[in-house]
Design a protein. Structure first.
Length: 244
């Protein structure tokens, strides 16, 4: 399994709360369209539980289990309750709680090696007639300036950790669809700024950026974060439903 690129600290959890808020609407629409009501569901890479709670709200599962490799995140998720949470490396099958009627994974495959192989293994954890619902990044189009620079740097950082920033292009053969979603640049800059401490040292050690360049980038992101409503970041999400 590739490492947790953006960490699992309290700051990283705070950043995930912003990510969950930013992508709540397209994810909710996907879940309402694809997940059956009142069935057994696994939430892979659940983190501190934001996606798990969204599943609980939209399809009212009979049983809902969130899985994550981070003990820290699972402890956070358990504090809020609403589901079962288990520490587990989702690249390893069998998955706890399987077989199930539905599996959901949001913004997870980009951080794991061999995503298509994982999709096939996760499909084996479904009951007949079950569905695997994938919610991934296909592309990102930030405006020029600090947001664009951040994307260039972080794509290299994720690649150095064994993943790929955008899983969508790798999953295109699954027959999913692309959904555009706009996020205020100020909100994106706050997320990015929270990410930087988790990978900064690795970026410098790998020769991806210098300390000075990263200082300038952090300052630029902070400035954008103070100017809400000035511009937007266009994200393209890849959403797919894979049957058992």
């Amino acid at each position: 399994m590739s490492q947790y690129t953006f960490g699992d600290s309290d700051l990283a959890a705070e950043r995930l709360a912003l990510v969950a808020a930013a992508f709540a609407e397209p994810s909710r629409q996907l879940l309402e369209r694809t997940l059956p009501i009142g069935v057994d569901v696994l939430d892979l890479g659940c983190g501190p539980g934001h996606s798990t709670r969204l599943i609980a709200e939209t399809c009212r599962p009979r049983r809902l289990v969130g899985l994550d490799a981070s003990e820290s995140y699972v402890a956070m998720a358990r504090r809020d309750g609403g589901a079962e949470f288990v520490v587990h490396d989702v690249t390893t099958t069998p998955l706890p709680g399987a077989p199930v009627d539905a599996i959901y994974a949001r913004l997870l495959l980009a951080h794991l090696p061999h995503p298509l192989g994982l999709v096939e293994r996760w499909r084996t954890q479904l009951r007949p007639g079950g569905v695997l619902v994938l919610d991934e990044l296909d592309a990102m189009d930030p405006p020029p300036g600090p947001l664009r620079t951040y994307e260039d740097v972080v794509v290299e950082v994720v690649a150095a950790g064994g993943g790929g920033m955008y899983a969508g292009p790798q999953l295109a053969r699954l027959g999913g669809r692309s959904v555009e979603h706009l996020v205020d640049s100020a909100a994106a800059a706050r997320m990015y700024g929270m990410n930087m401490p988790s990978w900064r040292d690795r970026a410098v050690a790998a020769g991806i950026a210098t300390e000075t360049e990263l200082d300038e980038l952090a300052a630029g992101l902070a400035a954008v974060a103070e100017r809400p409503g000035e511009s937007t970041v266009r994200w393209v999400l890849y959403q797919a439903v894979v049957e058992a």
